[in-house]
Design a protein around this ligand. Structure first.
Ligand SMILES: [Zn+2]
Ligand SMILES: [Zn+2]
Length: 240
């Protein structure tokens, strides 16, 4: 029996969501799997939201990405922010379930396959330091670290910083969300050379209107990034 086998006798693998026994580490039980809306099939190339119709080679865009100008190139998401996916995202964000970052970033690395480029730099959307202090960890940085490991790409967790606290985006309409984040991000001087002429994979836990991704993308482009693509753990299907 290997170490893994011995550990499984002491700590049998549990479902990430409900703690029911499962076959392997970092998995969901069959019930939770069914309740967790993983995105598959044809998706919007701008944000990863699922689209009706058969999967095809042609670039498809959702209504949002056709209406709102996206400063980034391409985008993908792993889950619809609904049902059990919502529970997992909130547990990672607020519930100190840092252990969820490992399986979630593996799922995200798989979702990102079509948009990955060799030599990409993986960068998380940062928290403002005051929020980081309260929460103790940035869930987006845990995810981006896991994605870099799973894909073999370089990770730069501090390529972006927030200039000012932007508060919550909850309850704000689309316009207010974009206005709230205007110039919110900057590439610190010490990181400009890391970002210059690079293709960036920008990572966050949730994409709602895309205002956060847009503001962070603009800061990266302003510092000379060649391209930015975005990757979210969960996509909110409709704007609140
Ligand atoms: Zn379960
Ligand atoms: Zn879209």
């Amino acid at each position: 029996m290997g170490l893994q086998g011995a550990l499984h006798l002491i700590y049998p693998p549990q479902c990430l969501s409900c703690a029911a026994p499962v076959q392997s580490d970092f998995g969901l039980c069959a019930d939770c799997w069914r309740e967790t809306p993983f995105i598959a099939g044809l998706v919007c190339d701008g944000c990863g939201t699922p689209l009706p119709g058969p999967d095809s080679e042609e670039r498809a865009l959702c209504d949002d990405c056709m209406t709102v100008k996206r400063p980034w190139d391409r985008g993908r998401a792993t889950l619809i922010y609904d049902g059990n996916a919502r529970n997992l995202v909130l547990a990672l964000k607020h519930g100190d379930r840092m252990d969820l970052a490992r399986p979630a970033s593996d799922w995200m690395a798989r979702s990102a396959q079509p948009i990955l480029r060799p030599g990409m730099l993986v960068v998380p959307v940062p928290l403002h330091w005051m929020r980081l202090f309260r929460r103790r960890y940035n869930q987006a940085a845990l995810l981006s670290r896991g994605i870099a490991r799973a894909t073999g790409l370089e990770h730069c967790p501090d390529a972006l910083t927030r200039r000012r606290p932007t508060g919550t985006q909850d309850g704000k309409g689309r316009e207010a969300r974009f206005a709230n984040l205007l110039d919110a991000f900057v590439v610190p001087k010490a990181r400009v050379m890391r970002v210059r002429d690079r293709d960036i994979l920008l990572v966050d836990d949730v994409m709602t209107s895309g205002a956060t991704f847009a503001a962070a993308t603009e800061a990266l482009i302003a510092s000379g990034a060649r391209s930015v693509s975005v990757l979210a753990l969960a996509r909110v299907a409709k704007d609140g």
